[in-house]
Write a protein that binds this ligand. Structure first.
Ligand code: NAG
Ligand code: NAG
Ligand code: NAG
Ligand code: ZN
Length: 367
C-alpha cells in the first residue's frame, strides 16, 4: 500500500480536486456582475438543485405586481426539527444593486466553506439561514428597464387616490413607530411611508414569515447601500435597544473586520447618530418583536458612485461585507450554542480569513 508520505500526497491531491470541484459552481455564475431578476431566479433554482439536503427555496409572499417573493433556506436538515435561524434580506430598495449581489455572494461563500471550514459546518448544522436575494422584486425589475428608471427606490404599488406617483418606501412601511419621524406623507417622495403601516404586500410578507418565527430567528440582517455603515436599532432617537451595549460591541468587531479586508472605513451606530432618524424600518421592527440582533448593512461606497457602484467593486465590497456578517453570525451562534459572549474568537478568525483563496488554501494546508 502507500507509504505515509504517499498517503499524505494522495490526500492533498484529493483535497485539491475537492476544492477545484467546489469552485466549479462559482465559475458557472458570474458573482462579479449585476444580474436581472430572471437570472437571479434561475440561480436560486440552481442552488437548490446542486445542494440537496442543504438548500431549499420557499415562496413566502407575493409582490404588488403578483410576483413571487422567495428565499433560499440554507442549513443541514435535522429531521424536520425547527432550528434556530438567521434572516438576511437584500434589495428592499430597488436601486441598491450591490445588495442582491451580496446576498448571492453570501450564499456562494457559505456553500463553498461548508465542506472546508469547520465553523461554517457547525453553523449550518445548528442554524438555518433564510436569505432573500431580492425582496422588492417589482422595484428591482423596474430599475432594469432603462437608464431613466435605474435609480428607482420604492415598491411599484398604485398611489392613493389623492396622489399621482406610484410606490412606497418599503423600509418605512413596517410596524415600528410607523410614520413618526424621517418619513414623507407625499406619495411622490422617495421616503413615502404608505397609507398605513404594512400597506405593502412585500412588508407584510416579511412581517408574517419572520413574525411567526420570532422565537427562532436570532439575528436579522438587512442589506442596503450606500454609506459604509452598520446601523443598529433604533431609528427613533428616543428609544434605546435593551442590549444596546452588546449590539455596539458586536457591531464594532464587525466593522473592524470589514475594514481589515480592503482598508475601507465602516462605522457602526444608530441611524439618528450616524445618518438621520427614521421610523418604520424592518430593522427596528425586528428588534421590537424581540429578535436580539438586528442590523442594517449600508455597503459601499461613500458617495462617489452611490447606488451605481461599478461592477469591478462587487468582489471587494462583498468580501468585506462577508467578513462583517461572519463576525456577527459567529457571535450570535456561539452565544446561543456555547454560551460564549466574547468576540475574541470571531475577531481573531477575521484576520486569518481575509482573502477569498484562504477559505480553500488554509484549510487544505492545515489538514
Ligand atoms: C424608460 O422606461 C420607462 C418605463 O417603461 C419609459 O416611461 C421611458 O420612456 C423610457 N425611457 C427611455 C429613454 O427609453
Ligand atoms: C403565520 O402564521 C399564521 C397563523 O398561524 C398562518 O396563518 C400563516 O400562514 C403563517 N405565515 C407564514 C408565512 O408562515
Ligand atoms: C452563561 O454564561 C454566563 C456568564 O459566564 C453564566 O452566568 C450563565 O449561567 C451561563 N448560562 C448557561 C445556560 O450556561
Ligand atoms: Zn436602502
Amino acid at each position: 500500500m502507500f507509504s505515509s508520505a504517499g498517503r499524505a500526497l494522495l490526500l492533498l491531491l484529493l483535497l485539491l480536486l475537492d476544492c477545484a470541484a467546489d469552485r466549479s459552481t462559482e465559475r458557472n455564475y458570474e458573482y462579479t456582475k449585476y444580474h436581472p431578476m430572471p437570472e437571479i431566479s434561475a440561480w436560486m433554482q440552481q442552488m437548490v438543485e446542486e445542494n440537496p439536503g442543504l438548500v431549499s427555496s420557499e415562496v413566502y409572499g407575493t409582490t404588488y405586481e403578483r410576483r413571487d417573493i422567495m428565499f433560499l433556506k440554507i442549513g443541514v436538515d435535522q429531521d424536520g426539527v425547527q432550528k434556530k435561524a438567521i434572516w438576511m434580506d437584500c434589495g428592499i430598495h430597488a436601486r441598491e444593486w450591490i445588495a442582491p449581489a451580496f446576498c448571492q455572494w453570501f450564499v456562494k461563500e457559505m456553500l463553498l466553506r461548508y465542506k472546508t471550514d469547520k465553523k461554517v459546518g457547525e453553523m449550518l448544522n445548528n442554524l438555518d439561514f433564510y436569505v432573500t436575494p431580492v425582496l422588492n422584486v417589482d422595484g428591482y425589475m423596474y430599475t432594469w428597464i432603462n437608464e431613466s428608471t435605474r435609480l428607482w427606490r420604492k415598491s411599484r404599488s398604485s398611489p392613493p387616490e389623492s396622489c399621482s406617483c406610484p410606490g412606497v418606501d418599503l423600509n418605512r412601511n413596517f410596524y415600528a413607530n410607523w410614520g413618526m419621524i424621517g418619513v414623507s406623507r407625499n406619495c411622490c417622495d422617495n421616503t413615502y411611508c404608505g397609507a398605513k403601516a404594512l400597506s405593502e404586500p412585500e412588508a407584510r410578507a416579511v412581517t408574517e414569515f419572520v413574525g411567526n418565527r420570532s422565537g427562532e430567528i436570532l439575528c436579522y440582517l438587512t442589506i442596503h447601500s450606500a454609506g459604509q455603515l452598520l446601523l443598529m436599532p433604533y431609528g427613533h432617537p428616543q428609544i434605546w435597544a435593551p442590549n444596546y451595549d452588546e449590539l455596539m460591541r458586536v457591531g464594532q468587531a464587525a466593522v473592524r473586520a470589514m475594514g481589515s479586508v480592503h482598508g475601507m472605513e465602516y462605522r457602526v451606530g444608530t441611524s439618528p447618530d450616524l445618518l438621520y432618524p427614521n421610523s418604520g424600518s424592518s430593522r427596528d421592527w425586528a428588534r421590537l418583536i424581540g429578535i436580539p440582533f438586528s442590523y442594517t448593512f449600508e455597503l459601499r461606497d461613500k458617495g462617489q458612485f452611490g447606488h451605481k457602484l461599478p461592477e469591478d467593486q462587487i468582489q471587494p465590497a462583498c468580501e468585506e461585507a462577508f467578513e462583517g456578517a461572519r463576525v456577527i453570525i459567529t457571535y450570535v451562534h456561539d452565544k446561543a450554542f456555547h454560551n460564549r459572549t466574547d468576540i475574541g474568537a470571531a475577531g481573531m478568525a477575521a484576520a486569518l480569513w481575509t482573502s477569498m483563496l484562504a477559505s480553500c488554501l488554509t484549510t487544505m494546508l492545515l489538514v
